[in-house]
Design a protein around this ligand. Structure first.
Ligand code: SF4
Ligand code: SF4
Length: 312
């Protein structure tokens, strides 16, 4: 009798390898994120409130999507399209001229498309499951994947190239979707304003939390909005971290770059506990029936976090 283990130990080891790789947060707010639906989720992401953890299989799936980019670029070159996907060996990278944190790296610039041979285009390459691919074919990029449309708008805005070619490969049957679209200046201006507003906000933006409906239904931060989880401890969740579009600093004059220090104190809006008092660089929190002071000479953020987490 053959015993089939659906995840044999060797395969499990491959997945574990993906799960245990360092999962570094992005330092910036990316063009690929700015079209996402919720301001607060973007703020949480920029502030590194939770480290995202995905199963190893899913991490590998992300990698599969990235690998497809090189193949599609080769497909374009094979039919005579001129593609620039690297400058000095690096991906083409843009930074918002008015905000050091708002950036993006595009898949390429290309010229020679059959539909418009003379025009340079921003090229963006994605992959999708059959279900998503079929929807994309029915609705087009702007309606089905507004976050991708927004991403490409920012690339056109920053590069000055007024046309884009979006390609998407179906992971089930290798069909390729292609759509050209044009730069939309008002949209790029709105996205830029949104990015600046989120980056400059000292606290999470107020939004309606609707746990039973998208986007909250599948949001990585739902436990934070439901106040059943305490964020991670790092400089970006500390009330001493000051950030705006020009840069960052610790208002205590400490060095930023380490994960955090023992002077960390949570931004009150991030903690599911009432602030009872604030004095002499300390915060007193009500947790259940207890009062807990955090700050120099008192408890650490880690202690506060553990007490709240233990309450369930
Ligand atoms: S749970 Fe909903 S409100 Fe909260 S961050 Fe996510 S999408 Fe936004
Ligand atoms: S006090 Fe410490 S944790 Fe807070 S911002 Fe400064 S260096 Fe970072």
């Amino acid at each position: 009798m053959v015993i089939i283990d659906t995840t044999p130990p060797t395969i499990a080891a491959i997945y574990t390898h993906y799960e245990t790789r360092p999962n570094r947060h992005r330092l910036h707010l990316g063009a690929s994120e700015i079209g996402m639906p919720c301001d607060r989720a973007l703020w949480y992401r920029f502030r590194h409130v939770l480290e995202s953890k995905h199963p190893g299989r899913v991490c590998r799936l992300f990698e599969t999507g990235h690998r497809e980019e090189a193949r599609v670029i080769q497909n374009l070159r094979d039919i005579g399209i001129e593609v620039c996907d690297r400058i000095d060996g690096h991906q083409i990278h843009y930074r918002d001229p008015d905000c050091v944190w708002f950036t993006g790296s595009l898949d390429g610039m290309a010229r020679g498309f059959v539909e418009a041979p003379k025009s340079w285009h921003v090229v963006e390459i994605k992959t999708a499951s059959k279900k998503q691919f079929d929807r994309l074919e029915n609705k087009g990029v702007r309606r089905h994947k507004p976050e991708h449309w927004a991403q490409v708008q920012m690339y056109m805005h920053w590069s000055g190239v007024k046309r884009a070619y979006y390609l998407c490969v179906c992971k089930d049957d290798d069909r390729i979707y292609g759509e050209r679209f044009a730069y939309d200046k008002p949209t790029a201006a709105k996205l830029t304003e949104r990015a600046h507003r989120i980056i400059n906000a000292p606290e999470p933006p107020e939004v309606a939390y609707t746990p039973k409906r998208p986007p909250c239904l599948w949001c990585d931060y739902a436990e934070l909005c439901a106040e059943t989880r305490v964020p991670d401890i790092n400089c970006r969740t500390c009330c001493h971290w000051y950030c705006d579009c020009t840069g960052e600093r610790c208002v205590l004059g400490l060095e930023i770059g380490k994960l955090y220090c023992d002077r960390h104190m949570y931004i009150p809006a991030l903690v599911p506990a009432e602030v009872v008092d604030v004095y002499d660089n300390r915060i007193v929190w009500r947790v259940g029936t207890d009062e807990i002071a955090t700050g120099p000479g008192h408890n650490t953020s880690e202690y506060l976090r553990q007490v709240i987490s233990n309450l369930g």
